[in-house]
Design a protein around this ligand. Sequence first.
Ligand code: CAA
Length: 382
Amino acid sequence: MQVGIDKIGFFTSNYFLDMVDLANARGEDPDKYLIGIGQKKQAVIPPTQDVVTMAANAADKILTDDDKASIDMVIFGTETGVDNSKSAAIYVQSLLGISSSARSFEIKQACYGGTAGVQMAADHIATHPESKVLVLAADIARYGIGTPGEVTQGGGAVAMLLSANPQILILDDQSAFHSENIMDFWRPFYQREAIVDGHYSTNIYIDFFNKTFKDYCEKYQRQLSDFSALIYHLPFTKMGLKALRTVIDDGQHSAKLLKEFDYSKQYNALVGNLYTGSLYLSLLSLLANSVDLQVGDRIGLFSYGSGAQGEFYSGTVSDGMKSSLLAAHMDDLLDDRIRLSVPEYEEMYANGLPMMGGDVTFNFADDSSRFVLFGRKADQLV
Ligand code: CAA
């Protein structure tokens, strides 16, 4: 039986900050952000959205009533959850009207949480072929005004429906992982912003990629030429490129991998980091934009969560995958966003989440998403 990703949906805020504006405001050369870091825009999350509403908005776009009745597990991967006790999954289950016979829970290991959910879902479906699992990966990446990490902020949610006979990506059930206790990035309870040593984190990430890729190739007798594309968790797009460069050479196949990597980073460069969802936004980007990818092509996926956990696994493109549908879904979201000036972004950043005690001077009527935190919607959370 084939198991994998049957549907994939995305949501992010309709506000963004242009990286040229940010570079100018911070006295940096714009090329440092555009080329050196590899980011063009970043999503700015308004006080009407948190990980629950963003995940509900992402899943709402892909689920039919039949799906909602068949889902028997909802897994929510996040590192910016809204409660230390109650899971974000329960809120989404109820907002979307998903069957109450489902198991719903949240999991955490930094940016690795989405992949932990995908693997758990695949194992569950392998023994319960009739079931469908909703995996949600949503986060808000905050580093602080004027910090080196500011250019790598962002936010959003990816929702994936996993099932037997999937339409998008068939998982190979082949995977290698590595974990070690490392302090490269963390966020203690008393902090809203992450503590990060970005250069150290990048080195660990590359090291974990090399370890897991090598281990995977040895375990399953595979080599670079078996992959049509390698995709990465992308806190900023240059980070994935650095890892890719460690395994390619000047040959033709490497040129192909670089080209596919270019497709896989397009949406991430426009949204910024969304932690748990970042690898899956990159998957969406590859599938929606690549002009060469064929049914049956093998994709290698590298997932990384600081602290740290790495996993390299693989899947093949299913014959039900429709790039034009995925591209239309993304264009709808990304084409009409509102560009904030740097002072407007700083004000929204300072307001932050009203649930966390920020002063709110935001016009809630400006958020027309179906699920919002406060405001005029019938489906509002609070
Ligand atoms: N033109 C072109 N390129 C330029 C340039 C210019 N004018 N000026 C500088 N550059 C290049 C530099 O050469 C450098 O390139 P290389 O890395 O290829 O050498 C690049 O721009 C960045 O320059 P710096 O290293 O000097 O930049 P910095 O010190 O300001 O910091 C950063 C960059 C370390 C990425 C910083 O932004 C940061 O700490 N970001 C957050 C880190 C992060 O996201 N870590 C990921 C952790 S994983 C994750 O997502 C978390 C999780 O699991 C929860």
